[in-house]
Design a binder for this molecule. Structure first.
Ligand code: SAM
Length: 298
């Protein structure tokens, strides 16, 4: 944190992971640096990855690879759901997830509950390529704790996306059982919840504890992977949970085709293929997960 406040051009910003590995990005300039009540929020321009948002020194979003994360968190559930109209995003203050959600014209309302207004302000001011959805009239931004919001709201949602930081500080309860019991009661019939589910390389225990909680509450539970440039270890996952909707409706490919969307990462093969887990991950979690229907039962 100390170095964050003293970032200067031509420095390197380094994200350390468990004090055992690190990743560094050479800076061009520091665009935003502020200590909020929740975290240190920083936006820098890097030599290699464009603009980069860091919360407490952890990479959140880079212009170079954000399309991977935001396409995968949004389009897998939105094409899997029969007719999504109302979406809830917990966290996601950069609004990249909201941007991808609101490409779907059938979405009537997207509610984004972000605890830290400094994140929204920093991204609105400095990363417009990601935060452009903030002007969409269908987006409702609520600056509040997502834990409190889901415990109190009476609204029902077709898709809920947990776009949170790692389980540190205010994000810690977003990985807990009470939170997901409230999420389950906020889902409309057929609803889906997709969560940022960490990395099997660096966060196997985190991934396991999240899946154990989801398994207790939801009838269907899957894990799907993506790889990007900036998150430590490169192989990260989302969890997909629902009482009665699977990720593979028979009309999936037709829906994706008929959307006429152009994607930079997502496509029908990626949709299916991302659920095919590498052996070391499948062996670790197979007791907790549904076997993806398209995979031959081994
Ligand atoms: N894609 C990023 C990742 O995978 O780490 C996350 C992006 S977004 C910037 C994460 C956001 O979650 C942060 O802005 C943080 O302030 C927010 N957040 C953390 N705990 C929260 C809570 N309890 N309620 C609402 N937002 C929260």
């Amino acid at each position: 944190m100390e170095t964050q406040n003293k970032l200067t051009p031509d420095m390197w910003v380094t994200e350390k992971h468990k004090d055992s590995t690190a990743m560094s990005f050479r800076l061009k300039q520091v665009l935003f640096s502020e200590q909020s009540p929740f975290q240190h929020v920083c936006v820098v321009e890097t030599e290699a990855l464009g603009k980069l948002l860091l919360n407490d020194g952890m990479t959140m979003v880079s212009e170079a690879d954000e399309f991977v994360y935001h396409e995968m968190i949004a389009h897998v559930p939105l094409f899997a759901h029969p007719d999504p109209k109302r979406v809830l995003v917990i966290g996601g203050g950069d609004a990249g997830t909201a941007r991808e959600v609101l490409r779907h014209k059938n979405i009537e309302k997207c509610t984004m509950v972000e605890i830290d207004e400094a994140v929204v302000r920093a991204c609105r001011e400095h990363i417009p390529s990601v935060s452009c959805a903030l002007v969409d009239p269908r987006l409702s931004v609520i600056i509040d704790d997502g834990v409190k919001y889901v415990a109190q709201t009476q609204e029902k949602f077709d898709v809920i996306l947990i776009d949170s930081t790692d389980p540190i500080g205010p994000a810690q309860p977003l990985f807990g059982e009470d939170f997901y019991k409230n999420i389950a009661s906020c889902l409309a019939p057929g609803g889906i919840v997709v969560s940022q589910a960490e990395s099997v390389f660096h966060g196997k225990e985190l991934q396991e504890s999240l899946l154990k909680i989801l398994r207790k509450i939801f009838k269907h539970l899957y894990l799907y992977n993506y790889s990007n440039l900036t998150y430590p270890g490169g192989l990260w996952s989302f969890s997909f949970a629902s009482q009665n909707t699977t990720p593979f409706p028979k009309e999936l490919i037709k829906k994706i085709h008929n959307s006429h969307f152009s994607f930079r990462y997502y496509n029908p093969n990626i949709h299916y293929g991302s659920f095919a887990l590498p052996n070391f991950q499948w062996e670790q979690f197979q007791g907790l997960l549904d076997t993806p229907a398209f995979l031959p039962s081994i």
